[in-house]
Design a protein around this ligand. Structure first.
Ligand SMILES: Cc1cc2nc3c(=O)[nH]c(=O)nc-3n(C[C@H](O)[C@H](O)[C@H](O)COP(=O)(O)O)c2cc1C
Length: 194
């Protein structure tokens, strides 16, 4: 299965990137093809321009990101929690690109969510992004779905190493179970679409 992860923090070496690498390692171990799109250092202006341009006019980063989402069966949105909310980066990206001009990018997907915190957060941004995705999916009638299997990555810097390894084996097993549930759901979903 092809899986693309959006690490939706603009901070360099963000906890969102660390959590994405952790999931990426689990997915690779389960024979998935993994792509991580790292939003670190991306300018907000790249995402804020609400003028609908032709896809060819977008930056190479955006074109690559859209192409990698388009070819994936399972798409992970890994968002930091900022004041209980998802990052503006991921919100702007979805406002800007999740529309009919790019319908081929978003159809036939299972979306999985991760909320990232350096403390006890991580739940609320997933709920916000799931609401947003359900709105986008339902209004334009995409054959995509949001998985209910959430991972709140709490105390991310304490539980994970920078390369995406887990420091705690028991914790790693819990995350692995969530990832497996998402893969299982994606398998069922794509079988139904075939
Ligand atoms: C402006 C701001 C607001 C934050 N608000 C919250 C919050 O509401 N809940 C929480 O658990 N962590 C909060 N944090 C801490 C983040 O969880 C922490 O910075 C985390 O590493 C963010 O992920 P990132 O490294 O991927 O950007 C906040 C951080 C910033 C910079």
């Amino acid at each position: 299965m092809k899986v693309t992860l959006l690490a939706a923090s603009t901070r360099i070496n963000s906890n969102s990137l660390i959590a994405s690498k952790a999931i990426g390692k689990i997915l690779t171990g389960l024979d998935c093809e993994v792509e991580i799109i790292d939003f670190s250092n991306r300018p907000q202006t790249e995402l804020l321009d609400i003028v609908q341009k032709d896809a060819e006019q977008e930056s190479e980063f955006i074109k690559t990101a859209l192409a990698k989402i388009s070819t994936a069966q399972l798409v992970y949105i890994v968002t930091p929690e900022y004041n209980w909310m998802p990052s503006t980066t991921i919100q702007n990206f979805l406002h800007r690109f999740f529309n009919k001009n790019f319908s081929n990018v978003w159809s036939k997907k299972v979306f999985a969510l991760v909320g990232v915190s350096s403390g006890r957060g991580g739940r609320l941004p997933q709920l916000e992004i799931s609401k947003m995705l359900n709105k986008l999916i339902s209004v334009d009638g995409y054959d995509s779905i949001v998985s209910p299997f959430f991972w709140e990555s709490q105390f991310t810097q304490d539980n994970n190493l920078d390369d995406g390894s887990f420091k705690n084996g028991e914790y790693a097993e819990i995350v692995k179970a969530i990832v497996k549930s998402n893969i299982h759901l994606a398998e069922i979903w794509h079988k139904g679409l075939a």
